[in-house]
Ligand binder design. Structure first.
Ligand SMILES: Nc1ncnc2c1ncn2[C@@H]1O[C@H](COP(=O)(O)OP(=O)(O)OP(=O)(O)O)[C@@H](O)[C@H]1O
Ligand SMILES: Nc1ncnc2c1ncn2[C@@H]1O[C@H](COP(=O)(O)OP(=O)(O)OP(=O)(O)O)[C@@H](O)[C@H]1O
Ligand SMILES: [Mg+2]
Ligand SMILES: [Mg+2]
Lengths: 255, 255
């Protein structure tokens, strides 16, 4: 039965999607069976994994609203052993539709249930918000991974995120743990180093090393529809995601 | 009567807040009366303009739900002539509360009305989403400014944003114009240049030049609670925002 992990941070542009794509790809490369669920209406995971959104039969919205279609919602990607459920703009309206439904926070949990037996790990990408879709992801999860860009605004948002995690754990999902806080887009500037040391001091037992360095090769890979280990494995970005995947593989009991 | 402009892009981390802070500050420096409205629950505008969120009497949520408090919602900032309405986490619940109300898309328009006579320009910062709060901002606006990071995922999101703008213009606010598309975090890499030329080709009449270069001084300024022209006016970031402000000052008929 797969472990379900949500990658979340309501601050925009901190590397959530880049982390989901490249950790998922690394784990699949090492022989684990991986499912990515894209709960973000931007649908960037599909782009980064070479899946044509216009050709899929069912999306994350279908999975949540009609769980019986779950088996159709899984699509192959550019990486062997890595499947995904595609997110698209139909998720925008979902927020409004779900608000009136009973048990609305548990819809994704129920929908994922029949899929868990086929995978070792499920990674959920989330939008930059703490709305009902992100809450659904947290309720469905065993653990969470928090990417933090080493800049000032990103630091400011952590308190709000921590509050939401506590609320979900207290009211909806007591098993929800924090699997790791990872530093992203880290450059050798004074600001980045100051913020990095503040995060390391605040979360000493949660930090996953090494920091992911800012590296243009990571931003190039999605334009080719492939993860970093297919685009440029020996780049700084390739090496950093490989190192982080080794730590997480162990933390998630996959080895 | 002030012109109301929303800075919007549902892609996260593309420089929306940095643009609102630094354009608003530049215009105030030139003697214009400027109001910033932060419609993002992250509340990063207050941080970047030296306003202590814990000390304010009323926020953007109060402005929308109780417009009669509007006069109390304006706060002084680190810049003379620049006031702001602070955004905070109370905006998260707003999405759910507003969904059941009649005329919910027009709430911010009505709330801003009494304030417009006191300013030359109102700039609204939005969250990285196309939900009800962002739609309220679009309905209240005369024009919009779209920051686009010169990277692949940011390019992908433009079609979805264009769709939402057309919908709002068609159904809710026929006067809504696009005042400009501006390139942000632009670095001299092949990827950034490829994306920049794609955006310039797609929106030749809307592009505002120059591109804002990636510059760490822009990311440092918020940690001191001041805009770039007080932190490091001669930096690349300081120069670029000064140049863009000159173009927009003219485009908005402020000179
Ligand atoms: N370590 C890195 N170095 C350089 N660029 C990066 C790095 N990580 C991500 N990027 C680029 O930065 C941008 C933002 O990253 P990404 O889209 O993964 O963040 P996100 O948190 O998923 O954003 P959103 O909040 O919009 O979902 C993308 O263009 C991506 O390619
Ligand atoms: N031109 C630039 N060069 C370098 N860093 C920048 C630049 N513009 C913004 N930044 C930094 O990049 C990060 C993202 O910018 P910002 O927070 O303004 O984007 P945003 O679109 O408002 O994000 P969100 O979607 O979360 O609201 C911030 O840490 C900011 O300080
Ligand atoms: Mg993303
Ligand atoms: Mg912002």
């Amino acid at each position: 039965r797969a472990r379900v992990v949500t990658v979340i941070n309501q601050k925009g542009g901190v590397g959530k999607t880049t982390t989901v794509i490249n950790i998922a790809a690394q784990l699949a490369l090492r022989g684990h069976k991986v499912l990515v669920v894209d709960a973000d209406s931007q649908g960037n995971c599909a782009t980064g994994l070479g899946v044509d959104k216009s050709k899929v039969r069912a999306t994350t919205r279908d999975l949540i609203l009609n769980p019986e279609t779950a088996v159709n919602a899984r699509h192959a990607t550019a990486v062997d052993g890595l499947h995904m459920v595609v997110g698209d703009r139909s998720l925008i309206g979902l927020e409004q539709e779900m608000l009136r439904q009973l048990g609305r926070e548990h819809r994704l949990t129920e929908a994922l249930e029949p899929l868990l037996q086929h995978y070792d790990i499920v990674l959920i990408d989330t939008p930059p918000s703490l709305g009902i879709v992100s809450v659904n992801a947290l309720v469905a999860s065993d653990g969470i991974l928090i990417p933090v860009q080493t800049e000032y605004f990103a630091l400011e948002g952590l308190a709000m995120l921590a509050g939401t995690i506590r609320e979900v754990r207290g009211l909806l999902n007591p098993k929800l743990g924090v699997d790791g806080v990872m530093l992203t887009m880290h450059a050798p500037t004074l600001l980045n180093q100051q913020v990095a040391s503040e995060v390391r001091e605040a979360f000493p037992e949660l930090i996953v090393e090494p920091a992911i360095r800012r590296n243009i090769r990571l931003a190039e890979a999605p334009s080719h529809g492939i993860p970093i280990h297919l685009h440029d494995p020996t780049s700084a970005g390739g090496q950093d995601y490989q190192a982080i995947a080794t730590v997480l593989e162990r933390r998630w009991g996959l080895v």
